[in-house]
Design a protein around this ligand. Structure first.
Ligand code: ADP
Ligand code: ASP
Ligand code: MG
Length: 418
């Protein structure tokens, strides 16, 4: 049996017509002899609408009910896809996550996949079914509650199924024809990459390139899944799209392979905290317990005997996703009220964005940071916070300069050239 996994994102299943078009493509693969596992997202815009309803009903919602609501979009498209295939005389049926059952941790809204038993679906393939349509994004916790895998999580469902079924390939059908040097919607000079290394894709995804969910790339890397990103609107071919693969399969690459950005960031400064051992642990332990994903951290210069404070004090700055800002402030204020932390006040900036350059070539070539900072300086863009790792450099800038920064960096590193 050769299993192929095909995942269709929100725009690829946005209407009944598009579901038909996707189903035709599935039919072609079935005709080639594959047993196909189709993973579907909700119709585009649906999950946002459901999230909006939850927030309006209950701002500090019960995460278990959030998952019950936001997972529902995928149930609709899974059933419709199975029906469409049946209309085309392709033997198919749908599965919701819990029916597989796709077992996850109980971290609601950000659950991790723990196990995908294959017997149920394999048995049906043995009985003549040709397509298993599985609702992406959702699973079931050890407590028997519905969970979701975080926004964009259908990509992860797809890769996890490909790993579990030892699939020949995992094809991610989306609204762009592959992975580009940056989001083609922001930079028109963006160039499609034929191949990209797992590690680079991992950084790009975690720094905001939403074409693949970060966790899906992690899984593909760990289980060596042959992962391809391609358009559901263009005629398929064997060379179509971008292959996400091991570094050894990439002959030459630029020092910087891509620019990523994240528009919805917030910067928080905790003003006048004590500069002594244990304070960073108290701050970031509090934030982690509250489920805040802190990204960049800067501790400012400390001062002694500052306005009535005993000993040394400092300011601590961190960034986090904008939609977690309220949660972060609430947690820090609670820690202050309980006496776990002392500080004067919190200052939040919500008009910031993060822009990053990524490339495995940075391991062996210096000067990337200098070029990046010079480029931003020439455009008059002030850098608020900097963070680096072996293969990436990120800066926090005012949001209104985000597009300009992306385009200027794309030019400076000549990413339009192969
Ligand atoms: P789907 O609904 O199919 O999962 P997404 O909207 O999650 O699609 O992801 C595809 C989008 O990712 C594209 O429309 C594009 O705007 C965006 N994107 C961001 N960075 C990149 C990149 N480097 N290459 C390609 N697309 C990117
Ligand atoms: N529908 C979910 C979302 O919009 C999951 C996905 O599309 O991957 O985040
Ligand atoms: Mg997506």
């Amino acid at each position: 049996m050769s299993v192929l996994v095909m995942k269709f994102g929100g725009t690829s299943v946005a209407t009944l017509d598009r579901i038909r078009r996707a189903a035709k493509r599935v039919g072609t693969e079935v005709a080639k002899g594959h047993d196909v596992i189709v993973i579907v997202s909700a119709m585009s815009g649906k999950t946002n609408e459901l999230v909006g309803w939850v927030n309006e009903t209950s701002p500090f919602y019960d995460a278990r009910e959030y998952d019950a609501v936001v997972s529902s979009g995928e149930n609709v498209t899974a059933g419709l896809m199975a029906l469409t295939l049946q209309e085309m005389e392709v033997p198919a049926r749908s599965w919701q996550g819990w029916q597989v059952p796709l077992r996850t941790t109980s971290a609601h809204s950000a659950a991790r996949i723990e196990e995908i038993p294959t017997d149920n679906i394999t048995q049906k393939f043995g009985e003549g079914m040709r397509v298993a349509v599985v609702a992406g994004f959702q699973g079931i916790s050890p407590e028997g509650r519905i969970t979701t895998l975080g926004r964009g999580g259908s990509d992860t469902t797809a890769v996890a199924f490909a790993a579990a079924f030892d699939a020949v390939r995992c094809d991610i059908y989306t609204d762009v024809d592959g992975v580009y040097t940056t989001d083609p919607r922001v930079c028109r000079k963006a160039r499609k990459l034929d191949r990209i290394a797992f590690e680079e894709m991992l950084e790009l995804a975690s720094l905001g390139a939403k074409v693949l969910q970060t966790r899906s790339v992690e899984l593909a890397m760990r289980y060596n899944v042959k992962l391809r990103v391609l358009s559901s609107f263009e005629e398929p071919s064997d060379e179509a799209g971008t292959l996400v693969c091991g570094e050894e399969l990439i002959m030459e690459s630029n020092v910087v392979s891509g620019v990523a950005f994240s528009r919805e960031e917030a910067k928080v400064t905790i003003v006048t905290v004590a500069d002594k051992p244990g304070i960073a642990a108290a701050i970031f332990g509090t934030l982690s317990d509250a489920g805040v994903n802190v990204d960049m951290i800067v501790q400012n210069v400390s001062e002694s005997d500052y306005e009535g404070h005993e000993g040394k004090v400092t300011d601590m700055t961190f960034s986090c996703p904008n939609d977690q800002l309220k949660r972060a402030e609430k947690a820090l204020e609670a820690a202050k009220a309980e006496g776990k932390l002392t500080y004067d006040r919190l200052e939040a900036e919500t008009d910031v964005a993060k822009v990053s350059v990524v490339g495995i070539g940075m391991r062996s070539q210096s000067g990337v940071a200098a070029r990046m900072f010079e480029t931003l300086a020439q455009e008059g863009i002030n850098i608020k916070v900097i963070a680096t790792s072996e293969i990436k450099i990120s800066v926090l800038v005012e949001r209104k300069y985000m597009e300009l920064a992306v385009q200027a960096l794309h030019d400076a590193f000549e990413l339009e050239k192969a």
